[in-house]
Design a binder for this molecule. Structure first.
Ligand code: PLP
Ligand code: COI
Length: 361
């Protein structure tokens, strides 16, 4: 597919861009261009374009505004020491976007168009990828929206894929300090046969009330339990979870249909196994965490995701209890894994699994 390119006639001046790149905050500034590819029933994907960044002209009856038929991805571009620009396992994000599309009755964007869209945006906006120092990256936000002007409830006959990008610093400010997690009691994010496995806006909308309650209680993220019994730990609002035992074994909740198949999660499992750790994916009860954190058998807990990378968890709390993890200090394995993963991503540690893809020299 050929992309037509319309350059932004008034891009951000270099000194303004430099100011943003010196201290970017998550998702507040955007590059000078965006990608758009249109899909229509009977016609398929067509009209791939790079255009100036700007508002979407949308009819008030556009389906996405009413029924939430939308999906998205999160993926980053990293600047390597030689100045080249790379991304991490993009085929996994392309495949997950397709999986989310299937669940939300949206069209599946071919993997090659997804990866080409990243290349096209970097070709025009490569200067927006910050230097690595301070764990800075350019965060890509690919998404699909139902863009048909129609209030009937059915899958839209016109859909837009778009790609925007935002320079970001660490998702959690304050360095590698353990975060506190609010246990969402009485608020579920996803149920059996629901949309929990899809990266769709509604899942995040469903998490906001609990997130607000967590923030009011001094927590930066929310942990959701299974909707049916409220006893099994699933994931955070935007991250997967890992539990490390004293004997070096590791447990992470299994992918049973309600949680996101995290790409960082998958990569961390591989890195742990490379190091000789036994990783078990299974259902994991909150009571097991409570008991084994208290007895000292669980020595580290961390959360992981594209935005948050690998972040230690020091405390989990609800209205009813507080679970302290190893004195609220960052764990040794958590810190080592974070160093290894970011080293691969920023090109300072050997990429032995061939996870990195170069986007620009
Ligand atoms: N779980 C949820 C709900 C998320 O939003 C994310 C972020 O993308 C993750 C887990 C982690 O997934 P990944 O590592 O692919 O970013
Ligand atoms: C990501 O890690 O990319 C996410 O999507 C999590 C959150 C910012 C929505």
């Amino acid at each position: 597919m050929q992309f037509s390119i319309t350059k932004n006639p008034s891009p951000t001046p270099a000194d303004e861009r430099a100011k943003v790149l010196a201290a970017p905050t998550f998702g507040t500034h955007f590059t000078d261009h965006q990608v758009v590819v249109v899909w229509e029933k009977g016609k398929g994907w067509h009209s791939a374009e790079v255009i100036p960044y700007g508002p979407i002209m949308m009819d008030p009856s556009s389906a996405v505004l009413h029924y939430g038929q939308e999906i998205f991805e999160g993926i980053k571009a990293y600047r390597h020491p030689d100045g080249s620009i790379w991304t991490f396992r993009p085929e996994k994000n392309a495949q997950r976007l397709q999986k989310s599309a299937k669940r939300m009755a949206l069209p599946e964007l071919p993997e090659d168009i997804f990866i080409e869209s990243l290349r096209q945006l970097i070709a025009v906006d490569g200067d927006w990828v910050p230097e690595a120092e301070g764990e800075k990256t350019l965060y890509f936000r690919p998404f699909e929206i139902a863009a048909e002007n129609y209030l009937g409830v059915r899958p839209a006959n016109r859909v837009e894929y778009r790609l925007i990008a935002s320079p970001v610093g660490p998702y959690f400010t304050g360095g590698i300090k353990p975060v506190s997690i609010w246990i969402a009691l009485g608020s579920a994010r996803a149920g059996k046969h629901g949309t929990g496995e899809a990266k769709t806006g509604g899942n995040y909308a469903a998490s906001l009330l609990a997130q607000q309650e967590g923030n009011e209680n001094g927590c930066s993220q929310v942990m959701f339990l299974d909707a049916e019994s409220g006893t099994y730990i699933e994931e955070l609002g935007g991250m997967n979870l890992f539990f490390i035992y004293k004997d070096g074994s590791v447990v992470t909740p299994s992918l049973d249909g309600t949680i996101l198949h995290g790409i960082t999660r998958d990569s961390v499992i591989t890195l742990l196994e490379d190091r000789g750790h036994k990783v078990t994916q299974r259902r994991f009860e909150l009571s097991e965490l409570r008991e084994k954190a208290a007895s000292g058998e669980i020595v580290e807990v961390f959360a992981c995701g594209t935005a948050a990378v690998i972040t230690p968890v020091g405390l989990l709390k609800s209205k009813e209890e507080e679970i302290l993890i190893a004195g609220n200090e960052p764990g040794e394995l958590t810190v080592a894994l974070r160093k290894e993963l970011t080293g691969i991503q920023y090109g300072t540690v050997s990429d032995k699994h061939n996870w990195m893809l170069k986007l620009k020299d």
